[in-house]
Design a protein around this ligand. Structure first.
Ligand code: 2DE
Ligand code: MG
Ligand code: MG
Ligand code: MG
Ligand code: MG
Length: 322
């Protein structure tokens, strides 16, 4: 319901986009086509296309290039999730089996590669070099962020600034690119493009903090929970909890993560430790701070129905239940 209201200024565009998106993804190879069909049928909340179109409309008139931007972003996002579930050894996505769960890693890797190439070709075909540059930079950041995350997980780093570096790269960069690429389809004003990038980056950080909070939750969000600790991912609630804990307690928890993160009952103990700390409230407060910084940036754009929607979408990011 909330999302329907947010979509109102771009409802026709989103519907047209969905149809085009499926067409773009077609493959002559039957297995590839079957898998892309599986993915398209289980599409997510389409938040990135929403960011693209709303950002486009806040900065000008939606046109063909806005569709190119939305397609490219959604394709790359999909590629990143398919690969992410391989990297994270995660078997559930959007409430269904992940691609690696159904078809194994080999195939998931190739499907992700195919999507990546498809996306780049869409932009090339329409000679949208600026959009291509914005999104390719984001993919570079995604991969670097993922690698940084692995490196930090190995050392069980509990430095907050490292956490923010990781999420800025692995998540915020693509949402920032969504906003900038949308804007780039309707304006060439560099100052506006930069502002929209920054705006998207703030939301992206809030978005990932929310995602990391879900991992400690008890609600069904369509993907496994407790998986971050299993993967030794040090997220903000845990980092804060550890930094606030007595030295001996910190040592004990870190030892559990280091040695027993494959044991569900041990993961549960770490989750309990976080729940008994200020960690969740602390992460929540940080998320709200980023949301407010995003609002502040957005208010530098002229008032419009689509700006209101974009603002509502930001609120949705921090209030969503899955
Ligand atoms: C979400 O993190 C971040 C995903 C970025 C993945 C990027 C990769 C580089 P999470 P969830 C793997 C490859 C990019 C390409 C091919 C475009 O917390 O909780 O793991 O949704 O997300 O699993
Ligand atoms: Mg993951
Ligand atoms: Mg991941
Ligand atoms: Mg996540
Ligand atoms: Mg997660």
């Amino acid at each position: 319901k909330v999302l329907d209201k947010i979509k109102r200024p771009i409802a026709t565009e989103l519907a047209a986009f969905e149809k085009r998106f499926r067409e773009t993804m077609r493959s002559k190879v039957a297995l590839m086509d079957r898998i892309t069909y599986y993915i398209v049928k289980r599409k997510g909340k389409q938040m990135r296309p929403m960011f693209v179109f709303l950002s486009a409309k806040v900065c000008g008139e939606i046109n063909d290039n806005s569709y190119v931007a939305a397609s490219l972003i959604e394709i790359l996002h999909t590629a990143s999730l398919v690969h992410d579930d391989v990297v994270d050894e995660s078997y559930e996505r959007r409430g269904f089996f992940s691609i690696n769960a159904l078809w194994k890693n080999k195939i998931a890797v190739l499907v992700g590669d195919y999507f990546l190439a498809k996306g780049l070709l869409v932009a090339l075909k329409h000679k949208q070099y600026r959009i291509l540059e914005i999104t390719s930079s984001a993919v570079q950041a995604l991969s670097e962020g993922e690698l940084l995350q692995i490196e930090k997980a190995r050392r069980l780093d509990i430095d907050e600034s490292v956490y923010f570096d990781v999420i800025r790269q692995k998540t915020a960069s693509l949402i920032a690119a969504s906003c900038e690429a949308g804007a780039a389809s309707t304006t060439t004003d560099e100052e506006t493009l930069q502002l929209m990038y920054k705006f998207g980056e703030k939301i992206g950080i809030a978005f990932q903090i929310k995602d990391d909070l879900f991992d400690f939750g008890t609600d069904d969000v369509g993907k496994p929970r407790g998986i971050d600790i299993k993967e030794k991912k040090m997220t903000l609630p845990l980092i804060h909890a550890l930094n606030q804990a007595e030295k001996s307690e910190r040592r004990r928890i870190i030892r559990i993560i280091k040695k027993y993160s494959d044991k569900p009952e041990k993961v549960a103990e770490v989750i309990r430790f976080v729940h008994q700390s200020e960690g969740l409230a602390y992460a929540e407060a940080a998320m709200i701070r980023y949301r407010d910084e995003a609002f502040e940036l957005l208010r530098q754009m002229p008032e419009s129905e689509s700006r209101d929607s974009l603002e509502a979408l930001v609120n949705y990011v921090v209030e969503r239940k899955y």
